[in-house]
Design a protein around this ligand. Structure first.
Ligand code: ADP
Ligand code: MG
Length: 590
């Protein structure tokens, strides 16, 4: 006898819930996305105990009639797509028709809904079973309350994290949705405490300000550009604003917040050599494209996406952000009271603070991608209306600097009309040399070779020599001309003329090492790393006294650099003490 039977719907919903409903924030996500799809302009999310006790989402959208209100809880019930053809042209956030069924199967639900013209409907469910369906008020919109999430799946309940972590996930989510839909007013509260509130006036800068704080948003610049298939817009922070994780990158594709490793990297690449290692910018990137080029049906939670023409898009993103940042960058100004960054605390107390919808810089971090943001950066009170003025001036030419002197054999002091500057001499030289070598390594040419009087010999272990032999071409591309010499030795008889004199052996060894550790890296990356390595090795270190002439030359070369403000590792080269700030310090001005 056959042993295979078709599952009962309630059971299959519960199984689907395993993927769709991972935690309270997943319920919030599905309910709020439904509210957005229903064309709401105002959405309120009320949580109790981070949603573990109760989640309520109230919208002013188009509502449902009685038949749909009941039907919406069936598996594969959706009003959003009808044919396979639609699956490739999705504009709505939902389309799988399984969220409500899944959520209902693991909780107790009450739903009120009306189109605002006909009498409304109230539906009550428990564990996916409809308990009652009765008439209700005709207020336009939908109000849904989910109680006792996971009451019938104790194992799932056990895996939830602390209340704070769970709340952090919902805050993160609403922050992103608010950034995706500036024209919708969002309000999120937990245990009667308002956490996020946006005005819904359609101004992305205002939303950014209510999430990241006005002072950070003043240092974010707008960008916009397009290619044949993509139109991108957004805001990117200046390099002086950094964060410890990539959680502050928000990528939206046709209004949907998605996680995309490649695009994250394209954004971070735009800041290459402008940010210190391990620090990341704040960016909101909005991508508009033909839905045909996207596939959002990758994961039941719909936060992943596959993109066609990914390479074209990444180049566009990287190039646009880089050029806009380059245009407005200024030496960081020293202010009297430097912004003190608080250590992210392990526990954050929502109940004592008025929140300014902080983007949260986490609770102990294991997997960055999985953690919500939790920060205590700025505690400006919640503001109904945040006005952000445009602030960033077009880039001024690099200041005309006059050397005053040197301190600690490390920093050059220079002055100009608008105050004085400190320049880190090592960082400055690294930047200058890096740009020089980058150009040189980028175009290694035969005519620029110089013969050595005495050939240099290099010995390696057998396995290393084997790998080196496989990489001879790559090495040649960055200026290392090795000839095999016996089974595990190599000689070098010539090298590019721009190789730094007296350091040839050291440089060649480092380049070989770099190729061995970076195997399969593309040539661009090898050249890049080679330039960074040479610039760092050959730059004057701290505690090295320079003559006035040396310093003047250094500043002149810095002035001519393409990106004079940071070293190739992203640390600042120069800081500015404005006349005004200095006068303030001495109380000459108030
Ligand atoms: P999907 O969003 O993938 O269609 P759901 O299970 O999330 O599937 O929702 C099922 C259907 O219920 C939706 O297609 C929509 O027609 C209806 N619905 C759900 N929530 C709302 C809401 N807040 N307002 C109006 N209609 C809703
Ligand atoms: Mg949905």
């Amino acid at each position: 006898m056959g042993q295979i039977i078709v599952m009962e719907e309630l059971l299959s919903n519960k199984i689907a819930a395993g993927e769709v409903v991972e935690r309270p924030a997943s319920v919030v996500k599905e309910l709020v996305e439904n509210a957005i799809d229903a064309e709401s302009t105002s959405i309120e999310i009320i949580l109790e105990e981070a949603g573990l006790a109760r989640i309520q989402v109230t919208d002013n959208g188009k509502g449902m009639d009685e038949e749909d209100a009941v039907q919406s809880f069936s598996r594969h019930a959706t009003s959003k797509i009808t044919t396979e053809h639609d699956l490739f042209r999705i504009r709505s956030l939902g389309f799988r028709g399984e969220a409500l069924a899944s959520i209902a199967s693991v909780s107790k639900i009450s739903l009120w809904t009306s189109d605002g013209e006909n009498v409304g409907t109230k539906v009550e469910l428990e564990g996916g079973r409809v308990l009652s369906c009765t008439p209700a008020s005709i207020r336009r919109g939908t109000d849904i309350v989910v109680k006792q999430l996971f009451f019938n799946t104790p194992a799932r309940l056990k895996y939830l994290k602390t209340i704070q972590t769970e709340l952090g996930h919902s805050i993160d989510l609403i922050n992103r949705l608010a950034l995706s839909f500036p024209s919708i007013a969002f309000k999120l509260s937990n245990n009667n405490q308002t956490i996020i509130q946006t005005s819904g006036r359609g101004d992305l800068r205002q939303v950014l300000a209510s999430i990241y704080g006005v002072s950070n948003v003043k240092k974010m610049i707008g960008f916009e550009s397009e290619s044949a298939d993509f139109h991108i817009t957004g805001y990117a922070s200046l390099p002086e604003i950094t964060r410890a994780s990539k959680n502050y990158l928000t990528i939206l594709v046709n209004g949907r917040w998605v996680k995309h490793y490649g695009l994250n990297n394209a954004i971070v690449d735009a800041y290459h050599t402008l940010l210190p290692i391990g620090r990341y910018p704040i960016v909101v990137l909005n991508i508009e494209t033909d839905p045909m080029l996207t596939d959002v049906n990758v994961h039941p939670a719909k936060h992943q996406i596959r993109l066609s023409k990914e390479k074209e898009l990444m180049e566009l993103v990287k190039g646009t952000i880089r050029s806009v940042i380059h245009k407005v960058q200024q030496p960081p100004k020293v202010t009297e009271k430097p912004e003190v960054k608080k250590q992210p605390s392990v526990q954050f107390d929502f109940f004592k603070q008025t929140y300014q919808a902080p983007l949260q810089e986490t609770i102990p971090k294991k997997d960055e991608t999985e953690q919500p943001f939790i920060v205590h950066e700025e505690k400006e009170p919640l503001q109904e209306e945040v006005v952000v003025e445009t602030y960033i001036e077009e880039k001024k030419p690099f200041p005309d600097l006059h050397v005053v002197g040197q301190i600690h054999g490390t920093y050059i002091v220079a002055q100009s009309d608008d105050g004085f500057y400190l320049i880190d001499q090592h960082a400055a030289q690294e930047r200058i040399k890096y740009e020089f070598y980058k150009e040189k390594v980028g175009e290694v040419s035969a005519s620029e070779r110089q013969a050595l009087l005495l050939p240099l010999t290099f010995h390696y272990s057998l396995d290393e020599s084997y790998r080196i032999k496989e990489s001879l071409e790559e090495l040649e591309n960055i200026g290392v001309y090795l000839e095999e010499f016996g089974s595990s030795s190599f000689v070098v008889r010539e090298h590019p003329t721009w190789f730094p004199k007296g350091n040839e052996t050291k440089i060649i060894e480092s380049l070989i090492e770099q190729v061995l550790t970076n195997r399969k890296a593309d040539i661009k990356k090898l050249r890049e790393d080679a330039a960074i390595m040479m610039s760092c090795k050959l730059s004057i270190k701290a505690n090295h006294y320079l003559t006035t002439k040396d310093m003047e030359q250094l500043l002149e070369s810095l002035k001519n650099a393409q990106h004079p403000l940071t070293c190739p590792h992203g640390r600042p080269v120069i800081v500015h003490f404005t006349t005004y700030e200095v006068e303030k310090m001495f109380k000459r001005v108030m």
